[in-house]
Structures are given as C-alpha cells and as structure tokens.
Design a protein around this ligand. Sequence first.
Ligand code: F6P
Length: 364
Amino acid sequence: MKKILLATGGGDCPGLNAVIRAIVKSAKKIGGFEVYGSIEAFNGVLSKPTQIVKLTPKMVAGIHVRGGTIIKTTNKGNPLAYPTQLPDGTWTTRDISADLTKKIQDLGFDAVVNIGGDGSQKISQALFEAGLNIIGVPKTIDNDLSATDLTFGFSTAVQTATDSLDKLVTTAESHHRVMVMEVMGRDAGWISLHTALAGGAEICLIPEIPYDIKKVVQKINKRYGKGRGFVNIVIAEGAKPTQGEVVGQKSRDIGDEHVKLGGIANYLKQQIENSGCPAQVRTTVLGHVQRGGTPIAFDRILATAMGVKAFELIVAEDFGKMVTYKNNGISSVKLTEAIKKTKFLSPEHYLVRTARSLGISFGD
Ligand code: F6P
C-alpha cells in the first residue's frame, strides 16, 4: 500500500476541498493507495504529536461544494523560514526543509501533494530538492501564478466581488455617491479588473497601472457634470498612486513575511475629498468574504481536474511538477518553471483594452 500526504498551505480559497476529494476518490478507484492530510499545511507533520489524518472516501463525500479546507491551512508554517525561539526568548526563522523531508519519509509517505500559491510552490521545490516526491497544485484567488492560465478560487472570488458591486451600484445611484470598493489580489489586478468589467464600474484601479488622482477626479467630475451623477470605483488592494506607495502593514506574525495589504480605498477617499470634489464618497473593503463560501461550478470542476491530474502524476512517479491549466486543458510544468515569476496584468491585456473601450478609466 502506498501512502500519499496532502497539505493545503497559505490563504484558503474555494476549491481546496474539491482537490482533496478528487485525489481521495481517484486513489480509491485505482486501489493500492492510502491518502492522508497534514493538518495546517506541514505543521501537522512537524507538531508533536503529529497531526495527520487518514482521508477516507466517506470523509470527503460531498466536500467539493464546501469552501475552506477540511485539513486546515496556515501562512505561519513556512519550513523555509520556520519560527524558532532562541534561548534568550527572542524569535528567529530557519530553513528546516531537510528535516521536514526526512520526517515525511520516516513517516512512510511515498508522495506528497502540496496545494498552495506561489509561496507554497517555492516550498514544494525546496522539498523536492531535498529529496521528497512532491507534486504542486496551484491555488489562489489572486490568479497570479504565471504557469497556469487560471487558479481555482479566482472565479469564485470575482463572482463574490461582482455580487457586492451590483449591490453598491444601486445605492451609489440612489444617493449620487462615489462608491469605492477595495478587492484583494495582492500585487496583481486580476480580481479588480474582472469585477469592474462584470459589474460595470466607471473606474478600475490596479497595481499594474499606478493611478493619477487628478485623472480619477476628472472622471468623477465628468460624471457629475452631466447632472447628479454617481461613480463606482473598484480598486485593488495593491493599487498605488503614481507618486505614492501601496497601503499595508508588515505582518506581526513571525514566519509570515507578507506585507498585509489593505486601506487603499480609504486613502483614495481622502485624496478625492482633499481634491475639493464635492461628491460624497463611501468605501467598502470586501476582505475575506472573497475567499470564503461555496466555490462556483467552474472552480469545483477546475479543482477536481487538477486533483485528478496530481494523482496521475503520482502514479506516473513524475515528481517535481506543478499541475497547470493551459489553453483549456490540464497539464503540468516543472516546479522550477512554475515559481519563476508572478503573473501580473499587462496594460496591453485584451481585458484592459476591452475596459478602456467601454470608457472605464484606469486613472492614467
Ligand atoms: O493571497 C490571497 C490573499 O487573500 C490576498 O489577496 C490577500 O492580500 C491576502 O491573501 C490576505 O492574507 P491574510 O488572510 O493573511 O489576511
């Protein structure tokens, strides 16, 4: 009997459970495999006693419709920068990838599937180099992994954001207000652009095109010039003004090196008000609702297909790969390729041009 270990790492995202279910069901169908889950990414392996659960077909029945991850996740257990307390009580981080690899092998696992975003796939590559039989499955609502056209979770996040924008549009119109809605996405504008297009925003601000506040105000004034207007602005959390920085705070958690983005909507509100623009401005920071809830049908299917592909790679013993969705098909690339670069929105992207044709302003 071969043993497979699953881990979900980084921020959660709708579709994780569908991947888990697909692997467990594929393993059951072919036989000769047992599937386990490490609780909270690889912390389940590292904790004493270990927190590893056997995943039976019964446990995963119907979970593809549920958000989150039944094996939990964390962004605090990076084995490449693992929090370690020094004798004087202070904290530092160290690379424990070799120790983690040995532990997983000693526990008798033949293969590992690491389901996670860019950070998790860097961990996958380090563990592969340390000798682990590992496969990566990409996930993130941010859709910023270059090796795959889409990540599951992204379309659900866009749907959630669009539903919210639809609600803001009617109140903006009724009150003649400027509504600023801040969406996630880190340094990529995918969620912002898709939401602005789907919901029909007038202004879309993305990290890849720094905005000029004068241009934003011009667009607002133009709308108000035609009478008592209203404006809906979708702004990515990683957006920034031409002469300014992203708004965020360094994480206080040891081992989580990310800057926690957030607050640009309120900053923009201040800028609009300081410009003398008379319109009332209200802000909505959508936050983690974008990550939660039920995956839409497309994400369930994408996640399921990715889970099945991950299992096929295990059977073929084709390790060191990450599953991808390219040109409407499922394939795989070397992890080294997968982690090379972040997928940003090009200002020439067809959807940027589409938005411009509709008169959506990027503040440039
Ligand atoms: O990467 C996914 C994501 O939701 C980003 O869009 C966001 O910036 C970040 O995670 C939030 O992280 P946390 O859950 O740690 O607040």
